[in-house]
Design a protein around this ligand. Structure first.
Ligand SMILES: Cc1cc2nc3c(=O)[nH]c(=O)nc-3n(C[C@H](O)[C@H](O)[C@H](O)COP(=O)(O)OP(=O)(O)OC[C@H]3O[C@@H](n4cnc5c(N)ncnc54)[C@H](O)[C@@H]3O)c2cc1C
Length: 368
């Protein structure tokens, strides 16, 4: 690649910014449709607690200037893969030699019968600002979905607003993808101490303006209602441009899409039938895509999934898959659970034991 080659990145999230920071020797344009500079999405619950979105910026404006990264605000609507240009919603077009689609994902909402007019999601800084305004006028808050994000939102709201907070989860325990039942119970007790009431094995059947109604007849107060029920990969632009997609935008091990010189990374990408939804993979793919865009492609192999959660003052870290024979080690308030299948450590959960994170991560995939 020569210094005048143009690298264009659609999406200023973790994958997009990581790629922008890694590309050398090309002119870089970063397109973002958010009103803010790229920020740490994983920390937006801090906005509920009163922080300004600007305080979560990954880099100040000066950083982009110094790196020669042109930040374009606006929505990219379509890619003309024959002409090698990105068509923007305002009618302008941006030419590229190499293009990265890093459009992330969008939060899902469930259709709930009933009279309710308003509900929220928590995906962007703007979502968090809207939720904060609503919570300031409310006396109850319910989150549908007891995953990582739902619990963080509930815990942040309970702390900041001191109102009644409930989480509704259909699975028999919270964080069903990351935790085993016993670890989930430890966390659930801590959440209750912090004012978050978690209702498990429950499903919502309808919603009115001040409550949600459960299938067992219970009514849960909900002046404000937030959905935290997963995400859909942002593949619209690929669909609009004739680029192959499945659940996400299809990429090969070099993060190449079906269109020449067009790559995809992060939540939006689908590799070997799998979409990711985790920051660590978005970051890794951003680095790998940058290398490919510079002509130094190396095969991308995703790391084992891990999740780090701090709720109610306790660290919960999970690696791999929490299934198989569970072996528990405790040491004071520390708790380590290893999951073993066919003699191999397939997953682990650490509670209050951040110090062991690196050593335990290295054990995943090894013999027990
Ligand atoms: C509250 C919260 C907490 C989280 N906590 C964790 C956690 O603890 N651990 C973890 O691993 N992951 C966590 N995640 C998930 C993590 O944030 C995502 O996996 C990560 O942000 C994905 O990065 P990305 O760059 O692919 O996409 P995103 O961060 O979603 O960024 C994509 C960007 O592209 C923009 N965009 C989309 N379409 C267009 C378009 N057509 N034109 C221009 N711009 C466009 C979007 O507006 C967005 O700014 C959390 C997510 C949230 C919301």
């Amino acid at each position: 690649m020569h210094d005048n080659s143009r690298a264009v990145i659609i999406g200023g999230g973790i994958a997009g910014v990581q790629a922008a920071a890694s590309i050398k020797g090309m002119k870089i344009t970063l397109i973002t449709d958010e009103p803010y500079l790229p920020y740490y999405r994983m920390r937006i619950e801090e906005i509920l607690q009163g922080k300004a979105p600007e305080s979560l910026y990954m880099h100040p404006a000066q950083w982009y200037e110094e790196k020669g990264i042109e930040v374009v605000r606006g929505r990219a609507e379509r890619i003309d893969t024959a002409d090698k240009s990105v068509l923007m919603a305002d009618g302008s077009s941006i030419p590229y030699d190499s293009l990265l689609i890093a459009t992330g994902s969008q939060a899902r909402k469930l259709p709930l019968p009933g009279e309710r007019k308003e509900s929220f999601v928590l995906r962007t800084a703007s979502d968090a600002m809207a939720l904060r305004t609503a919570l300031g006028k409310a006396s109850s808050f319910t989150v549908i979905g007891g995953g990582l994000l739902g619990l963080e939102a509930a815990s942040a709201a309970a702390e900041a607003f001191g109102i009644s907070v409930s989480v509704i989860e259909t699975a028999p325990h919270i964080l069903p993808r990351q935790l085993d039942e016993a670890s989930a119970e430890v966390l659930q007790k801590k959440l209750l101490e912090r004012g978050v009431d978690v209702l498990v094995s429950c499903s919502c059947v309808s919603a009115s303006d001040d409550a949600v109604h459960l299938s067992d007849g219970r009514k849960v107060p909900a002046d404000v209602l937030c959905f935290s029920v997963g995400v859909n990969p942002g593949k619209e632009i690929a669909e609009a441009s004739g680029i192959a997609s499945g659940r996400g935008i299809l990429v090969d091990r070099f993060l190449r899409t079906s269109a020449p010189s067009v790559y995809a990374a992060g939540d939006a990408a689908e590799l070997d039938g799998r979409t990711f939804g985790l920051a660590m993979h978005a970051r890794e793919m951003g680095t790998a895509a940058a290398a490919a865009m510079m002509g130094n492609a190396a095969e991308y192999v995703p790391s084992e999934p891990s999740a780090l959660l701090k709720v109610a003052g306790i660290d919960v870290i999970s690696f791999g898959v929490p299934e198989g024979e569970a072996r528990v080690e405790t040491d004071g308030d520390k708790r380590r659970t290893f999951f073993i299948r066919s003699g191999i450590i397939c997953g682990a959960v650490l509670i209050n034991d951040k110090a062991s994170m690196m050593s335990v991560r290295a054990m995943i995939g090894r013999k027990a």
